[in-house]
Design a protein around this ligand. Structure first.
Ligand SMILES: NC(=O)C1=CN([C@@H]2O[C@H](COP(=O)(O)OP(=O)(O)OC[C@H]3O[C@@H](n4cnc5c(N)ncnc54)[C@H](O)[C@@H]3O)[C@@H](O)[C@H]2O)[C@@H](O)CC1
Ligand SMILES: [K+]
Length: 512
């Protein structure tokens, strides 16, 4: 897993390395500069002009050191200080002084110098953005903001040092003007800005450079981890050669109504493909035949049905009796019948549970109803559903996805899967997990139903909640990526479901 830190965490790891372990900050800076210089050298010849824009803090110091290194090795470079030389941080002041002594071409930018800078930037093969890093604490304005606007018009490649200037290391929010980089070279660990949208989209490719901060120090302060193939491969349920279907559990999907059999069928397909030994769908009468026609592997239990074509709320006992995990929600409906049925399930069912779609809407504002559950409980909201659960707006959720996902997990005591770009898996305690797989093609009807069936399938097979959720979102995203090779636009959810075994096969190759 790849650790993700916030600004405070990074500062703590820096401080530990410098003050307790005694590695001088200028050594870290030199290593940071070398990593940026190496990335720049990969992108241009030594005869190509590189313009390095430097701010007043240590991010600017990194830039000045990088400019000196390039100049010393014979590369063409010019450093532009977007600050008063008298107000530089201690280490940046050292770098400014060194740049002077090494003869690095350098200038101090003033308002009047903007046209000349614009001219200089047109000649640059690479522009290095070393204006602000983790120390940025408000939106950019004035001269730095104007420089950022200029950087975003250049033809050359833009390499950001640590964080594209204008963005906060802690968040995915666009505070104001921000550099749009082709590459970001960050140090020691990923910051939240590199993984949360929309800010992450300003980072371009992201490289984490080792500058001497011990990995153990970083992991200690990490508030999130990006899942890697090997991590989730290790979660895959073991399939012994002498296994029979009884070993892989029985998933009960409570889903579908008249006109919404498709949602239940998609979840059931994913349940089967995820490896559950048996899958039963308990559904409204009118949905029975379509589900059976589409998913012959699944059993279907018809439930008492109301005039509106959705379940009327009774008769779930027998279906629950054979389940090892239950998933409720896709296509279920929002009327009194589905509401009664959900209450009944929460009352009777004490085993592993997934709640999605309509089940989440029916639970709006009542997350604490789940608090008493001791078995794995996974909620799979998109931002709108999470907002309704918490009584806030989707915009608020999107502004701080990690915090709201965590808040919901605290309120319900379960595992919250907040869907979207880089889906998050949150529990009340412990670091968040960030899913790197997926594609914009998943933004299509039915994709969520597939995910519900998949996570339910892994719960039925006995996985703990956080692992079932992580394996589900990872495989679901990978399946969509595979499907995207043939469906460049929206990927039909049934194709995502079809690709699950192929995605799983890739992961199984990593398991001994
Ligand atoms: N601490 C360390 O040991 C290391 C730090 N490194 C670099 O240092 C950076 C952090 O350095 P700093 O903490 O000095 O922070 P920055 O270089 O990001 O800048 C902080 C300065 O900018 C000012 N400022 C903040 N927001 C502003 C705004 N919107 N408009 C105008 N001025 C603003 C602050 O008051 C402060 O003076 C990292 O991103 C990284 O690039 C690296 O050299 C590696 C080692
Ligand atoms: K920067």
């Amino acid at each position: 897993m790849v650790p993700v830190v916030d600004n405070l965490g990074m500062r703590a790891a820096d401080r530990h390395t410098i003050e307790e372990l005694g590695l001088p900050s200028l050594v870290l800076m030199e290593q940071a500069a070398a990593a940026v210089n190496a990335a720049v050298e990969e992108r241009c010849e030594s005869t190509d002009l590189v313009v390095v824009l430097c701010g007043r803090g240590n991010n600017g110091g990194d830039g000045l050191a990088m400019a000196r290194q390039r100049h010393a090795s014979g590369g063409l470079v010019e450093a532009v200080l977007v600050a008063d030389p008298g107000e530089l941080s201690q280490d940046a002041a050292v770098q400014w002084e060194l740049a002077g002594r090494f003869g690095v071409p350098r200038r101090v930018l003033t308002e009047e110098g903007l046209p000349a800078l614009e001219e200089l930037l047109t000649k640059a093969a690479v522009v290095v953005d070393a204006l602000y890093g983790t120390g940025l604490d408000r939106a950019l304005s004035g001269l730095p903001a104007q420089v950022v606007e200029l950087i975003n018009t250049v033809e050359g490649e833009v390499v950001a040092v640590d964080i594209p200037s204008g963005l906060s290391g802690n968040s995915g929010v666009l505070l104001g003007p921000a550099v749009e980089a082709d590459l970001t070279v960050t140090f020691g660990a990923l910051k939240w800005v590199h993984v949360l949208s929309p800010a992450a989209l300003c980072c371009g490719d992201v490289v984490v450079a080792d500058i001497g901060i011990p990995q153990a120090a970083v992991e200690k302060v990490a508030s999130g981890f990006v899942l890697e193939d090997q991590d989730v491969a290790d979660f895959l349920p073991h399939r012994a050669p002498d296994a029979h279907k009884g070993h892989f559990g029985h998933l009960l999907l409570v889903a579908g109504r008249r006109g919404r059999a498709g949602a239940a069928a998609l979840a059931a397909k994913a349940g089967v493909r995820g490896g559950a030994g048996l899958v039963t769908v308990a559904t409204a009468v009118d949905a029975v035949s379509p589900i059976q026609a589409q998913v012959p592997e699944a059993m279907v239990d018809p439930l008492p049905t109301g005039e509106d074509g959705s379940v009327s709320g009774e008769g779930i006992e027998e279906s629950l009796g054979k389940a090892t995990a239950v998933a409720v929600g896709p296509g279920l409906g929002l009327g009194e019948g589905p509401r009664r049925l959900l209450s009944r399930i929460l009352e009777l069912w004490s085993g592993p549970l997934v709640l999605d779609a309509d089940a989440l809407t029916l639970l709006a504002g009542q997350l604490e109803k789940l608090k008493g559950r001791t078995a794995p409980t996974v909620l799979t909201p998109h931002p709108g559903e999470l907002a309704r659960l918490l009584g806030v707006t989707s915009a608020q959720v999107q502004e701080d996805r990690p915090a709201w996902a965590r808040k919901a997990a605290e309120l319900c005591g379960g595992t919250v899967v907040l869907k979207g770009f880089h889906t998050l898996v949150a529990e009340a305690e412990g670091p968040l997990w960030i899913n790197p797989t997926g594609s914009p093609g998943l933004a299509s009807g039915g994709a969520g139903d597939v995910l519900t069936g998949l996570i339910g399938s892994f719960l039925a097979q006995g996985l703990p909640a956080k692992q079932a959720a992580a394996l589900g979102v990872f495989l679901h995203g990978r399946a969509a990526e595979l499907a995207g090779k043939r469906f460049p636009g929206a990927v039909p959810a049934s194709v995502v479901a079809r690709m699950i075994p192929r995605a799983e096969a890739e992961l199984r190759e990593l398991v001994w």
